[in-house]
Design a protein around this ligand. Structure first.
Ligand code: SAM
Ligand code: SF4
Length: 322
């Protein structure tokens, strides 16, 4: 459907859990309390909301978390979502640690893509940043996902003084593997605030030293916040999500559903509506559609990064799903 700004909204990110097997320091503080199980939507409830979304023209879904792979039954849920009449694409975003044993099943159910988060290639930095010694498992998942013919994108958040020296090495994964490597500007969430971001423009300059022929992908017609570049030396593309310095709100095509059933209309804005009571009170798909359509119509024109007055702040990304 189209919102009041004339933007086509056709994509929903769904967080199926706030829980995670890692504790990336810029995402999720050690002492973050978990949401109680009863407050998290059941899979059937999420699927009913997705059925309503499809009727509104939202046909592309990304399942995230927390870590989506820690929630029991995720494979069955993804399969049902993929089979939902009218759903066009279903992808996941994962830290990749638990991914490998599921790859064949994910390929078989027709998963359209996997985004795997990878901020460092240094085992010690990985351990310090995530609290877990799991870099080898992630790298193995990435290689096997490619072998399983899945479409893979890697997400890296550049952090000054932590992984900024490694960025060319991380980008070079697109040299040996047919994967897109994307650099996401750190957002000032509660956990993210103590870290220092590397602006996208700086990342581009660093990478151009290694790949001087990097140039914008001209035929790229995708929607969403990433801007892609290509180089003759690379099998995959390099993407930049300039969450802070970029101005992509005019092209925004997405809404988010949190694990607790809040329909979040903009990543960095309070606007939205809880669908949980509605879906639990037995609302029909049509009734859900009416409420969702009215909310989406009023999607904020732009985000409020940097606005100290935003009520409640953004919270932490593990609750929203990135
Ligand atoms: N656990 C999964 C993963 O790590 O891919 C999915 C959820 S995680 C919240 C989704 C993405 O959000 C990850 O790529 C992570 O790096 C990113 N993220 C978390 N906190 C962030 C922040 N403050 N700024 C920018 N990206 C952030
Ligand atoms: Fe977990 Fe993903 Fe957040 Fe890391 S970025 S703590 S893996 S939710």
């Amino acid at each position: 459907m189209t919102d009041a700004q004339g933007r086509i909204i056709d994509y929903m990110r769904i967080s199926i859990t706030d829980r995670c097997n890692l504790r990336c320091k810029y995402c999720m503080p050690d002492d973050l309390p978990s949401v109680c199980h009863h407050s998290i939507l059941r899979y059937e409830e999420i699927l009913r909301i997705c059925a309503a979304a499809v009727g509104l023209g939202i046909r592309n879904f990304r399942v995230t978390g927390g870590e989506p792979l820690v929630r029991r039954g995720f494979l069955d849920f993804l399969t049902k979502l993929k089979q939902l009449p009218g759903a066009e694409s279903v992808s996941i975003t994962t830290n990749g640690v638990l991914l490998e044993p599921y790859l064949d099943d994910l390929a078989a159910m027709g998963l359209d893509g996997i985004n795997i988060s990878l901020d460092t290639l240094n085992p010690q930095t990985y351990r310090e940043l995530t609290g877990t010694d799991a870099l080898d498992a992630v790298l193995s998942s990435i290689h096997k996902a490619v072998v399983a013919n899945l479409r893979v994108k890697l997400n890296c958040v550049p952090l000054l003084g932590i992984n900024d020296r490694e960025l060319p090495e991380i980008a070079a994964l697109a040299q040996t593997l047919p994967v897109d490597v994307r650099f996401i500007e750190l957002m000032p969430t509660e956990a993210g605030r103590p870290f220092r971001p590397v602006p996208g423009e700086r990342v581009r300059n660093i990478l151009r030293e290694r790949y001087p022929d990097l140039r914008p992908v001209t035929e790229w017609r995708g929607s969403g916040p990433a801007r892609y570049e290509q180089s003759d030396s690379l099998l995959g593309r390099i993407g930049y999500i300039d969450a802070l310095t970029g101005h992509f709100c005019r092209a925004c095509n997405r809404i988010r559903l949190t694990g607790e059933g809040f329909l979040k209309l903009c990543l960095y804005h309070d606007a939205g509506i809880s669908l949980r009571e509605l879906v639990r009170s037995g609302a029909t798909v049509e009734e859900l559609q009416q409420v969702m359509a009215a909310a989406i119509e009023s999607k904020p024109e732009h985000h409020y990064f940097g606005d100290a007055g935003m009520q409640g702040g953004i919270g932490n990304m593990s609750r929203i799903g990135g």
